[in-house]
Unconditional design. Structure first.
Length: 433
């Protein structure tokens, strides 16, 4: 059996990059992935990494970065396959040949090398989770008027689902949208909390209640910043400082019925469809952050001397590094397996088959991230307690851990979902015996 071979890529830190960057063969990646990886890394190292600390400390990033990321041929690649949600023929930038979810994995993984969930979310996450519902279920008018602007970096978008009283319990959101007597608009009133990119978003993909209680009464609609009654204020959170996390209030906002995404009261299934892709993205990001913690600790352990010898010469430090990398690489293998299924299954098949395993992979990745952040901090010692300096990435990522363990479905909810999906599958098997 022949396998695609790739030349070694990166700094060469053992386990500091996925195995296919080094001496290992992989069945997943082709020449087009290799070329795209080099392109994305060059962009990140030139346009993102030199400014990461500055942007994170200022809790913002320059909005012209969206346009720059589009022009680099990257931004349209974070909304899943096909490229640009099927609107690629209307864009000046072209995709890599045979674009698939492994190309998107490369984007998120390489951007994760900056070591800031805030910067990654500030630039990519709003597009990654807020735009797919518009592209996949919105009208052609919304796709053209909103989708193209966001894909080109000319506008920004965010996803508004979580509320002060409804997080993982999506079916119980309270934000209401009441249709007018004339049937031409909805009046939207309610609050959304912990909304990534909210303070600078031009568009809001919003879950609202248009019907009765439960999941059957939820719709999705596109609200625009210019509509009277929209108010956003920045939230000061533990981590992901540059993400623009916001509290959003809708006060009797008049939204044209043309801004409804898909069918009325069908929003819950659109949200669930979107969740698999969102959670997969969390897995990619969290595992790269765990790898960054390992890489930083590995390099520091070679520089730092204690008791007359390099830190790496102490067996307890090597044991910590071994525990970190064995978990990171195992998680990466699971992630690539899921990605392969996303590439080879139909949308309908993957929505059903991958919900449980993706939920469990999210738990795996965030627990590994938390473990590696802690162990890296222990290896760095006091240097990991200072913003900036040698321990900059570790200190920052330690604060970002909870932003991955809770949003997109908390670890507890995800574990329960994974087992409930297994129970359903087993019940089907049993019924056939």
């Amino acid at each position: 059996m022949s396998h695609p071979r790739t030349e070694p890529f990166g700094e060469g830190v053992p386990f500091g990059d996925p195995s296919w960057y080094g001496k290992f063969n992989s069945p997943y990646y082709t020449d087009t992935h290799v070329a795209y990886r080099a392109k994305v890394r060059a962009f990140v190292e030139a346009e993102i990494m030199p400014f990461t600390h500055e942007w994170d400390e200022s809790k913002s990033l320059p909005l012209e970065l969206y346009k720059k990321t589009y022009e680099a041929g990257i931004l349209p690649g974070v909304v899943g396959a096909p490229w640009a949600g099927g609107m690629g023929d209307q864009l000046a930038v072209k995709p890599p040949e045979n674009f698939d979810y492994f190309h998107e994995l490369i984007i998120l993984d390489e951007f994760g090398r900056c070591g800031s969930g805030g910067v990654l979310w500030g630039l990519l996450e709003g597009v990654h989770i807020g735009l797919p519902p518009v592209l996949n279920f919105g009208s052609e008018d919304l796709r053209q008027r909103v989708g193209l602007r966001v894909l080109k970096g000319e506008g920004t978008i965010c996803l508004c689902i979580t509320e002060p009283y409804a997080g993982s319990d999506v079916a119980n959101i309270r934000c209401t949208a009441t249709k007018s007597a004339c049937g031409t608009f909805y009046s939207v009133t309610g609050e959304k909390k912990w909304i990534t990119n909210g303070v600078w978003a031009d568009f809001f993909t919003v879950a609202v209640r248009t019907g009765g209680k439960g999941m059957g009464g939820i719709s999705l609609m596109l609200i625009e910043k210019t509509m009277p009654g929209v108010e956003c204020r920045r939230m000061d959170c533990m981590g992901v400082w540059a993400s623009g996390t916001s509290f959003v209030t809708f006060d009797d906002v008049k939204v044209p019925v043309a801004n409804l995404i898909g069918e009325e009261n069908s929003g819950f299934k659109y949200i669930m469809h979107n969740f698999n892709h969102e959670r997969w993205g969390f897995v990619v990001q969290a595992n790269r952050f765990a790898r960054v913690c390992y890489e930083e600790a590995f390099k520091y352990a070679h520089r730092r001397r204690t008791f007359g010898k390099p830190l790496i010469e102490h067996p307890v430090i090597r044991a910590k590094l071994a525990d970190m990398v064995r978990q990171v690489d195992a998680t990466h293998a699971q992630m690539e397996n899921i990605t392969y299924q996303m590439c080879t299954m139909t949308k309908e098949e993957s929505a059903k088959a991958l919900a449980g395993i993706t939920a469990l992979a999210k738990v795996q990745s965030t627990k590994v991230f938390e473990y590696c952040a802690r162990e890296a901090a222990q290896i760095f010692g006091g240097a990991s307690y200072v913003r900036g300096g040698q321990g900059e990435k570790v200190e920052r990522l330690y604060r970002d851990v909870r932003a991955y363990a809770i949003p997109g479905g908390s670890e507890e909810i995800m574990m329960d979902l994974g087992v409930r999906q297994a129970m359903k599958e087993w019940a089907v098997v049993q019924s056939k015996m």
